[in-house]
Unconditional design. Structure first.
Length: 253
């Protein structure tokens, strides 16, 4: 006969259910973590990345193939990358480095105050001996119209914002516009433990603004779209829960 109390059995059943539920949802990650308590983290084995499940070859926009042609009495063919040729990005598929350098500072303060007082008073005080005739005082009022109004408003607002971002990201030329400008887009992801940092840069650049080292400053990108953020466990804790966000949108007060 078992000497354990019913509460102990219920607790053990609940723990087993939680482990089975976590195994079904997270691929038995909880059980694996429990089995590794007190041991050093194991390094992953070197494997062929193309053989992993879900692998997809990278597809990027590429320029149209050019037919190699040679000029008479020339050592170089047309379209080749020579030592004395400009190595800056100029066609679809080329890469360039975007130097993101953002330093914004805004300080705005507004103060508005307004007040108004109105008073209207009109009537008949003495009409054909109304003060001497008793019945006339009952019929004729002393004041026909009396109105008072007072209004005031006061508003204050201030904005104090400081933003700074300095980093580099490689971008690829996705399109060449008819006027020669280049449409570029770059994305960078870095994962540390269970947190991913993302950096996205997109916009239109002039070939003349690209430096000799194939870099361009973010301030020279037209229609620039720069996104810097992250996602992961820390971001999940910092964000309000979905129910709270829904209530913030629906509640009028």
């Amino acid at each position: 006969m078992s000497t354990f109390s019913p509460a102990f059995h219920l607790r053990r059943i609940a723990i087993s259910a939680l482990l089975l539920g976590s195994c079904a949802l997270g691929g038995c990650s909880s059980i694996d973590r429990l089995s590794q308590i007190g041991e050093q983290p194991k390094l992953s084995a070197i494997e062929n990345p193309t053989a992993q499940p879900g692998y997809k070859p990278v597809q990027m926009p590429m320029p149209k193939p050019e037919v190699a042609s040679y000029n008479p009495n020339s050592l170089w063919r047309n379209g080749s990358r020579a030592f004395f040729k400009d190595q800056r990005a100029r066609q679809v598929g080329d890469l360039l480095t975007v130097t993101v350098n953002i330093t914004d500072k805004a300080n705005i303060e507004n103060d508005t105050s307004r007040s108004r007082t109105n008073k209207e008073d009109s009537g008949i005080t003495d009409f054909i001996g109304a003060k001497t005739i008793t019945q006339a005082n009952k019929i004729l009022p002393g004041r026909i119209l009396t109105a008072d109004s007072t209004s005031s408003s006061e508003g204050k607002g201030s904005v104090d914002r400081k933003e700074a971002l300095q980093t580099n990201v490689a971008a690829v030329v996705t399109q060449v516009l008819p006027n020669g400008n280049l449409v570029v887009e770059g994305k960078q992801e870095i994962r540390v433990n269970f947190e991913i940092r993302e950096l996205i840069v997109a916009g239109i650049v002039r070939p003349e603004d690209i430096q000799s080292d194939n870099t361009i400053d973010s301030t020279k990108i037209a229609q620039a779209r720069i996104a810097y953020g992250g996602r992961g466990q820390i971001m999940d804790v910092q964000q309000p829960r979905y129910g709270q966000q829904v209530m913030d949108v629906l509640l009028p007060f």
